[in-house]
Design a protein around this ligand. Structure first.
Ligand code: ZN
Length: 186
């Protein structure tokens, strides 16, 4: 079991399971190591249960992404072809509606992000794993990235843009999370 302790200005000890299954303890500055150790010991049951849950979630997540194997050249080429038949038409449609002009679109086999937009260069990256989502969820990601050409951050203004061009963005986001069992960045 890997335990990572962070000392900070807090009044009590707390813990959570990190992304890689490590136990992350947050402790008030100056807490003796012994106290931290005891805290971890006392919560061993909770930790074990949480670790099992995390492992299960990882497994399900892996199963999800394994549905689209992208190891051979052939697989990558096929995925790129499918992306090319779905993404550009959506980008075109919404660019016109939203009055934006992206200059470049790329695809990557990224599992941490569905898409990524650089508002300065106006380049947008889309994850090839979007192919595992229903079309309306793909559409949501396209509109989301294009909306960043209008508002770079995730402020209220950004979501107002989403309300205008893709009113079901909340549902789409929840559905995407449910299907992929992950919290991805957009
Ligand atoms: Zn975003």
């Amino acid at each position: 079991m890997q335990v990572v302790v962070t000392y900070r200005k807090t009044s009590r000890l707390s813990m959570r399971i990190g992304k890689n299954g490590e136990v992350r303890v947050s402790a008030p500055t100056g807490t003796p190591e012994q106290v931290v150790r005891r805290f971890v010991e006392e919560h061993r049951d909770w930790i074990n249960k949480a670790l099992v849950k995390t492992a299960e979630r990882h497994e399900k997540r892996r199963e999800f992404f394994d549905q689209l194997p992208l190891t051979t050249r052939q697989e990558c080429r096929e995925a790129a072809e499918r992306m090319n038949s779905i993404i550009p038409p959506l980008v075109e449609k919404y660019s016109r509606l939203m009055g934006v002009k992206p200059v470049g679109i790329t695809y990557k086999a990224t599992i941490s992000k569905w898409g990524c937009c650089n508002p300065k260069s106006k380049r947008i990256m889309f994850s090839a794993y979007l192919l595992l989502l229903p079309e309306w969820c793909i559409e949501h990601v396209v509109v989301h990235e294009l909306a960043h050409l209008i508002v770079p951050n995730h402020s209220d203004k950004f979501y107002a843009v989403m309300d205008t061009y893709f009113p079901r963005w909340r549902e789409a986001r929840a559905e995407t999370k449910k299907i992929s069992r992950m919290e991805a960045e957009e």
